[in-house]
Unconditional design. Structure first.
Length: 351
């Protein structure tokens, strides 16, 4: 078809259907589409996956954009530097036929609601693909319509680096009734604090697998806008340590029988959310007292005379070395901007 006729047809279809069809290569079902290459490139993220912290923030953003009200992150790192991450949310879920498809490039559920926040562009269909390309393993453990999704990741931190300090909570600043993050290592804690501040409808919990399991055991329903019955509720409705340990494995949480006994006895307690931790930190926050700047006053004449005398005494060694004598007393004058010292001298030989 000649170029002009092709352009006319393209304009006609665009005017008739809008530009939505231009974004999509094909529809694959269950609300998912494959973007065309041009649209995927247009949604190019501001940064790629460069560290473990990038992985965590992309997965939390996925949960948030899937309508989750709660996100639970279990994390453990072994002596060899391999970190295990399990991300559990109560979002809309992923159909079973798409558990692997969502990791393919340009697959997204966001056609008309591209999101851009402080962490970059979200919705180009590349985050999960980029994550899987950078980690040892990334897979969907389980999912349920309106009941959430569980993802399990294995990351070699010798290859995909992370901040060395993963234990320090960020430093907060309180301004009126607002809290903001001011400093601290850019570790997982800090990123979760920052996204918690930007996502008031989202509660994030972060800890070990045992702590997350203890926390899930106390949860009944999600806190998002959609009516939900999270997939973990029935699985954890047990009061026997052996069954609890077995069911925890099905949720991607490797918790020993002993720790399950400690959970049931109340020895391992449920976690507070990141917002809760920040609220407590904000209550304990005490702003540093700023020293009042002293207003300079006139220097007493006696002090100026003592200063001049000290200069005379200090000058003696210099004068003897270079054959210079004082020709009268040093004169000291003081203004608001400077202190001026005049030292009259008499040289024994010309310089």
């Amino acid at each position: 078809m000649p170029t002009k006729e092709s352009d006319k047809l393209l304009n006609f279809v665009t005017n008739l259907a809008g530009d939505r069809f231009l974004k999509v290569e094909r529809e694959i079902g269950s609300g998912f589409y494959v973007l065309n290459i041009g649209e995927a490139e247009r949604r190019q993220a501001k940064h790629d996956i460069r560290c473990v912290e990038d992985v965590v923030i992309e997965l939390v953003r996925n949960s948030r954009d899937a309508g989750a009200g709660q996100v639970f992150i279990a994390s453990n790192k072994d002596a060899a530097g391999v970190r295990q991450l399990t991300i559990i949310d109560d979002g809309v879920g992923v159909a079973s036929d798409f558990h692997d498809v969502i990791f393919e490039p340009r697959v997204t559920s966001k056609i008309d609601n591209l999101i851009e926040d402080r962490f970059g562009v979200h919705g180009r269909g590349m985050a999960l693909y980029s994550i899987r390309s950078n980690v040892d393993e990334a897979k969907v453990i389980a999912s349920k319509p309106n009941g959430g999704t569980i993802l399990k990741l294995t990351i070699n931190t010798n290859i995909l680096r992370e901040r060395k300090d993963q234990s320090t909570f960020p430093v907060l600043k309180v301004s009126g009734d607002k809290v903001c993050v001011t400093s601290g290592p850019h570790n997982i804690w800090r990123l979760l604090a920052e996204i918690s501040l930007e996502s008031p409808a989202l509660d994030i919990y972060y800890g070990t697998a045992s702590e997350i399991l203890a926390t899930l055991k106390t949860q009944e329903i999600g806190s998002g806008d959609l009516p939900k019955h999270p997939l973990w509720v029935e699985a954890l409705a047990v009061d026997e340590a052996e069954r609890l340990s077995r069911h925890s494995s099905q949720l991607g949480l490797k918790v020993s029988l002993r720790n399950c006994q400690r959970i049931l006895s109340g020895e391992i307690k449920a976690l507070d959310s990141i917002k809760g931790l920040m609220g407590q930190a904000a209550k304990e926050f005490r702003p540093l007292k700023i020293a009042t700047k002293a207003t300079p006053g006139p220097i007493d004449r006696e002090d100026l005379e003592s200063f001049a005398q000290a200069i005379s005494e200090s000058f003696r060694n210099l004068g003897e070395k270079y054959f210079i004598k004082l020709d009268g007393k040093p004169r000291v004058a003081c203004t608001k901007e400077k202190i001026r010292i005049d030292i009259p001298v008499n040289c024994e030989d010309s310089w």
